[in-house]
Write a new protein. Structure first.
Length: 317
């Protein structure tokens, strides 16, 4: 019972405009009577006219996201609602495109694991204020030293708390706020909470707060995101490279050239800029690549020099 009360106390709700004035009236007397007590009024929700619809996100191989706590993750494969990720630490995982559901398989230096769940692939999506749901998941962890596997059962309860504009190193974003509380398998013991700040503009979360039963808190804030075309299928890579080589060799400054894969999930606009001489007099050029990947737009400004075989090799800016 105590754990349920604790979970409720910790699960702070954001409010809509219609409740903001009432909250303000209630908080002022508390501040005045408590003196130096720290009271914070939740931020007002984002104007719904500014927010895009929050449909279930999709991903393409080559998309990457980097956070200020050192986490760096890139999509290595995406098919039929399943996504595989590779991390800068060397670990890897695979699971639903729905990031609210924990990964179904993972591999790290000292362990690996598998999970089974009754969560639907589109659990809680599309995101709307007040959406609520729960699911169960069972994880089996295998240690690299060959020890006996450990099986853990968990129950998750998630709800869309509201909307909020947040600032992170990557910029300012209008977000949907989704909190997922984790309990023991019988639902009686609160174990922690994940709060996601999901931006429909980039169709991924820009901030994640993790609170644990022991009192510790971890926060991940997006600092960068982009697209690496080297993870495209080999045929698509070759087509894109040929278009880029033609653009750099013959394109007029500021005039774009376009490319798209066969199913139109990835497209690119290549814009050549000034030409200059590199080491040994090699022709070099600055260019901008603008990718549209599953509705997410990425921009990169780069420089490349032409090799003897006619190919162009990127150089550091």
């Amino acid at each position: 019972m105590f754990s349920k009360i604790l979970a409720t106390a910790l699960n702070v709700r954001r409010v809509n405009h219609s409740h903001a004035y009432l909250l303000f009236v209630l908080v002022i007397p508390i501040v005045l009577t408590a003196g130096c007590a720290n009271q914070q009024i939740p931020k007002a929700p984002v104007d719904s006219n500014r927010l895009l619809l929050a449909d279930l996100p999709t991903y393409s191989a080559g998309e990457f996201f980097e956070y200020d706590n050192g986490l760096s993750m890139i999509v290595t494969e995406s098919s039929n609602g399943m996504v595989s990720w590779k991390y800068a630490s060397g670990s890897a995982s695979s699971g639903l495109a729905n990031f609210l559901v924990p990964q179904l398989t993972w591999q790290a230096a000292g362990s690996r694991g598998t999970s089974t769940t009754n969560a639907a692939a589109d659990f809680l999506w599309p995101l709307k204020f007040g959406n609520f749901g729960r699911f169960d998941i069972t994880q089996t962890i295998y240690q690299a030293d060959g020890g006996a596997p450990e099986t853990l059962g968990r129950r998750w309860e998630c709800n869309v708390e509201g909307t909020e504009r947040v600032s992170v190193p990557a910029g300012d974003f209008d977000t949907y706020v989704v909190s997922c509380n984790r309990y023991s398998s019988d639902g009686n013991e609160w174990r922690g909470r994940h709060t996601y700040y999901y931006s429909p503009d980039i169709r991924h979360y820009v901030k994640l707060e993790k609170r644990y039963a022991g009192g510790s808190i971890r926060i991940e804030q997006l600092r960068g995101y982009g697209f690496n075309s080297e993870y495209l299928p080999e045929k698509e890579q070759d087509e894109l490279k040929k278009q880029l080589y033609r653009t750099l060799a013959d394109g007029k400054q500021g005039i774009s050239a376009s490319w798209a894969n066969s199913d139109q999930t990835v497209s690119a606009m290549l814009i050549p800029y000034q030409t200059f001489s590199g080491a040994g007099g090699k022709p070099c050029r600055e260019y901008k690549s603008i990718y549209n990947v599953q509705g997410r737009v990425y921009q990169h400004t780069r420089k490349a020099c032409q090799a003897a075989d006619g190919s162009w090799q990127r150089i550091r800016l």
